[in-house]
Ligand binder design. Structure first.
Ligand SMILES: Nc1ncnc2c1ncn2[C@@H]1O[C@H](COP(=O)(O)OP(=O)(O)OP(=O)(O)O)[C@@H](O)[C@H]1O
Length: 605
């Protein structure tokens, strides 16, 4: 069996299971909704009999008002009860969607970094929005069709059988034909829906790519190029959507046509039977009324099977996200070993990840670390080893792509090394509960360190209980207090998407203030490669020197002003540590460092 067909057969068996998984928590309400729909429909079933009675009475020359009143009551009450049933089903469908969205959201931010790197954010977004919306659309129809449609169809068939067995035979022929149509077409609807949702996911990814680099696209004059790429994604979604719609329409049309044909056949055969005296006119009329009642039920069943396929396809895509590997933020050390709070964080302020007392600087060490981002990719670290004592400023320098930022990613446990050990306070980071490890570290990335929202929201990300005084202190530390004082709304100023309303230097300093507010024991600072003006550069250098007086600071350095004040410099080259020393020592002893200091570092890159 080819891999595509085995994937398909796995989808066919697992997708409905995923859909049932979503429905299970709402089974009580769904059952109530179905019961009400059923009751409404059962009352509808009595209508043709009441109509037959009215006609028989008329045939006998008189009109009894009783059956007319009964008929009216049945019509109104049946409609109201069925309406209530549909409302209950719709409500349950909203709850199904809400639960599915919550479950997805719960998982999204704890996904492992490598897992997210393998997926497209836009596609993940479309699974939370578009696929869950499909669940909403398909659940009521699929459920009510499955139960109500089936039972009412059976009951209608029984009533028709009681009226006339021959005409029932004709009708059953129709149902059998429709069944064959559904069996052939339904899986194709499921497959086409899945393809449509995949195309919608790709469209989300393309949108995310374009809007995420809005300025770059404008500056590169690439609006038309990107618009064309988006058009292509939209067109793919349209094509697959049309395919799904074609199968859906085919099954609906076939079932409708077949019912009409059946009506004509029943009329013909029934007319002959009335003429021969086998049945009365009122029986034929009642049978035809049942047939008309049956037609929408068959349509409902066919549509229900289609909706079941659509819902299953959406549930399968949601399931794929739920199956992605996540991080365990709480204790995950193999031996259940948790570091002593006094030894690491000095206690954390419940849930905020902030230490209560002044933190002690952390010690960091790499022991023979080997690492590749993925199997098959070239190794980034080849037996990297170094030791950083608690406190002071350690700078990492080296040519671009030698694995300096990767050192930080391994300390943060965004990835785990393939061999060797990354140690914090002489303990492998894998032995640390992840939340505690990350609470001990402040990480300032090279790019995009500011989120949409206000300055205050940005600063308190990860330290929600920070006081006004702490905020002011952090701003003073990073020399941003004067800037915020000038802003009309101060800390409540909106910084725009990715902090676009701040300068590059301000963004970096906001990110440092945010990291410091968590009062880390270790600050990882990936220095911005862009050239800062002299005042900004001096402000940043003073901040780093200040902080390094209290906690351990590791900097991926791109500026001479940073390395010249460092307590030690780790020179990396091609995934190895080449030399360690002070600026003066390395200028003397290491040719690569000498070259870097006079070129890259001097120029800020
Ligand atoms: N997420 C990733 N997936 C795959 N490869 C990656 C990833 N991040 C970095 N790399 C690769 O790993 C190597 C080291 O990258 P790293 O960012 O650590 O270098 P660096 O020394 O910090 O470079 P720079 O000074 O330019 O920032 C590079 O070849 C890079 O292409």
């Amino acid at each position: 069996m080819s891999s595509a067909s085995s994937r398909w057969s796995e989808f066919v068996t697992s997708a409905p299971r995923s859909l049932f998984g979503h429905l299970r928590p709402q089974r009580g309400r769904l059952a109530a909704g179905v019961l009400l729909c059923l009751l409404g429909s059962v009352m509808g079933l009595a209508q043709p009999l009441a109509a037959k009675r009215v006609m028989d009475d008329m045939g006998r020359g008189g009109l009894a008002y009783g059956p007319v009143i009964t008929l009216s009551v049945l019509v109104v009450a049946g409609g109201c009860i069925a309406g209530l049933g549909h409302y209950v089903l719709d409500r349950s469908a909203e709850s199904v969607v809400c639960t599915a969205r919550r479950r997805l959201i719960d998982r999204l931010l704890v996904l492992r970094v490598p897992v997210v790197e393998r997926t497209e954010p836009g596609d993940l977004i479309s699974r939370v929005t578009s696929d869950t919306a499909l669940l909403r659309q398909s659940v009521p129809q699929a459920v009510s069709a499955a139960v109500t449609g089936t039972l009412i169809t059976l009951a209608t068939v029984v009533m028709m059988g009681l009226l006339d067995a021959v005409l029932l035979g004709v009708t059953l022929g129709v149902i059998a034909f429709t069944g064959i149509v559904v069996a052939v077409v339904a899986p194709r609807i499921g497959r086409a829906t899945r393809q449509t949702q995949e195309a919608v996911g790709r469209m989300g990814a393309a949108l995310e790519r374009a809007l995420g680099a809005f300025r770059t696209i404008k500056a590169s004059g690439a609006e038309r190029q990107e618009t064309r790429a988006l058009y292509r994604a939209v067109e793919r979604a349209r094509r697959t959507g049309v395919r799904a719609a074609a199968w859906d329409s085919l099954s609906a049309t076939l079932s409708a046509v077949v019912v009409q044909v059946c009506f004509l056949v029943v009329l013909g055969v029934g007319g002959a039977r009335v003429t021969s005296g086998a049945i009365g006119v009122s029986t034929l009329v009642a049978f035809l009324l049942y047939l008309f009642a049956l037609a929408p039920r068959i349509g409902q069943l066919v549509e229900g099977v289609a909706q079941f396929q659509i819902g299953s396809a959406a549930a399968a895509r949601i399931r794929e996200v739920e199956d992605l590997e996540i991080e365990l933020l709480e204790d995950q050390s193999p031996e259940g070993e948790t570091p002593d709070a006094g030894d690491t964080l000095h206690g954390t302020a419940g849930g905020t990840g902030r230490p209560r007392a002044d933190p002690l600087p952390a010690r960091v060490a790499f022991r023979d670390v080997r690492f590749a981002y993925r199997p098959g990719l070239p190794q980034v670290h080849h037996r990297v080893s170094f030791t950083v004592p608690g406190g002071g400023l350690t700078a990492f320098v080296g040519p671009s792509g030698t694995g300096k930022t990767t050192v930080f990613s391994l300390i943060e446990r965004f990835y785990d090394p393939d061999a060797g050990h990354v140690l914090l306070d002489d303990k492998d980071v894998r032995q640390w509960p992840l939340a505690e490890l990350r609470a001990a570290i402040g990480y300032v990335e090279q790019d995009t360190p500011v989120l949409a929202g206000t300055l205050r929201e940005n600063l308190t990300l990860g330290s929600v209980n920070a006081t006004e005084e702490e905020l002011r202190h952090a701003l003073r530390l990073v020399r941003l207090d004067a800037v915020t004082d000038r802003l009309p709304r101060g800390l409540d100023t909106d910084v725009g998407h990715r902090g676009s309303r701040l300068s590059g230097g301000e963004r970096q300093r906001v990110a440092i203030a945010r990291a410091l507010l968590r009062r880390p024991r270790l600050l990882l600072l990936d220095e911005a490669t862009s050239q800062l003006d002299a005042a900004n550069e001096a402000a940043l250098r003073d901040t780093i020197t200040d902080v390094a007086g209290r906690i351990t600071v590791l900097v991926v350095a791109h500026r001479l002003s940073t390395v010249s004040t460092a307590d030690r410099i780790v020179v990396m080259d091609a995934g190895r540590v080449r030399a360690v020393g002070t600026h003066a020592e390395l200028l003397e002893a290491d040719a690569l460092y000498r070259e870097l200091a006079t070129t890259q570092l001097l120029n800020g890159r």
